[in-house]
Design a protein around this ligand. Structure first.
Ligand SMILES: [Fe+2]
Length: 127
């Protein structure tokens, strides 16, 4: 059974989806069951993926990561999401942009921040 806010990826075509209303017992893409994405929370290796939060005006600035992540056509951060009790706020990024986004959300309301790298998957920081 899927759960609200879970993310799944198709291992065949690369589709990534987020559950916005739970109900399906299984998600299928390209005639293959989709794989649930588990967000990693600890960086390994040279590239840094775990989001970093900073206060910014009335909201927050999220950077990926502690060392700036590449934003190339073949390897980049595709989105950053901020999860609160009742909202999912997503910034969509494109190659060439900075791997960062500002969100108008009070820092104390943030439950989780996650980002998706097209090569290295889903990463998060729990507040
Ligand atoms: Fe990456």
């Amino acid at each position: 059974m899927t759960k609200l806010r879970e993310m799944y990826k198709c291992s065949v075509c690369g589709n990534v989806i987020e559950v916005v209303h739970q109900g399906a017992s299984a998600l299928v893409c390209c005639n293959t069951p989709m794989e649930k994405l588990e967000a990693k929370a600890e960086d390994t290796g040279r590239e840094k993926h775990v989001p970093v939060l900073e206060a910014s005006g009335d909201g927050i600035l999220v950077k990926v990561g502690s060392v700036e992540h590449p934003m190339e056509e073949k390897h980049s951060i595709r989105f950053i999401e901020v999860l609160t009790k009742d909202q999912v706020i997503r910034a969509e990024l494109v190659p060439g942009q900075k791997p960062a986004a500002e969100f108008s959300v009070k820092p104390e309301e943030v439950l989780e921040v996650r980002e998706y790298c097209n090569l290295h998957g889903l990463w998060k920081i729990n507040k």
